[in-house]
Ligand binder design. Structure first.
Ligand code: FES
Length: 211
């Protein structure tokens, strides 16, 4: 249950009781995978990125393939229109929940993010790439965590946020993210999504994106 529904249930129980009961009892015959795929269609249709981030990983966990998730997104097209559908695809590409595009290369020279020696230890650094900025947080001589710079709340780039070294604060609504874990530290962090991590490896002293 979302934080907003829990909140309504607590402060407006008379109004929220029927709604909460509806959510609890309306789905009886559908299995979890089907339910999650239908949820993806509705989340794309209404354009809620948060809902999509919630239900797409659930669908995969419930046994849906990435092809089925893509089908669900495309089924939303008549109600959602092109822009919402493309926005959803962008979110799911970031989450690595869509089938890989034919001919996509994962380890080309373009995936090099820089020399490990150039990244400060336990401090935020930004790398600008044609397909979007990345945040690099080096944690040791051969280890680093790398995240999309895109704030998971909306689409602001965190590379333009406030750099607190081991934390970054979004300028838009002041969410703060821990760069060692990617978790949202607040304000009021419960249920808030964390940073989207990018897979990397170190090769010959170079940090290389692999996913
Ligand atoms: S867009 Fe970053 S906190 Fe809202």
């Amino acid at each position: 249950m979302s934080k907003a529904l829990r909140y309504l249930g607590a402060v407006r129980p008379e109004a929220a009781t029927h709604l909460l009961s509806f959510y609890k009892h309306s789905v009886k015959a559908l299995d979890e995978k089907t339910r999650c795929l239908i949820q993806i269609v509705t989340k794309v249709s209404v354009g809620t990125e948060r809902g999509l981030r919630q239900y797409a990983p659930k669908a995969l966990k419930a046994g849906a393939s990435k092809e089925e998730i893509l089908d669900a997104v495309m089924m939303a097209f008549p109600a959602a229109g092109l822009n919402k559908m493309l926005d959803a695809i962008e979110v799911l590409i970031d989450l690595d929940l869509l089938p890989e595009a034919p001919g996509s290369t994962k380890e080309t020279g373009d995936n090099r993010l820089g020399s490990m020696a150039d990244f400060p230890l336990n401090k935020m650094a930004c790398v600008h790439k044609p397909d979007g900025d990345l945040i690099v947080f080096r944690t040791g001589p051969e280890t680093a965590r790398v995240y999309l710079s895109r704030c998971p709340h909306s689409k602001t780039t965190l590379c333009k946020g406030v750099n607190h070294g081991d934390r970054v604060e979004c300028r838009m609504h002041n969410w703060v993210f821990d760069l060692a874990s990617g978790r949202c530290l607040g304000p009021d962090p419960e249920g808030k999504p964390g940073l989207i991590e990018v897979k990397v490896k170190v090769e010959g002293g170079q940090l290389v994106r692999v996913g």
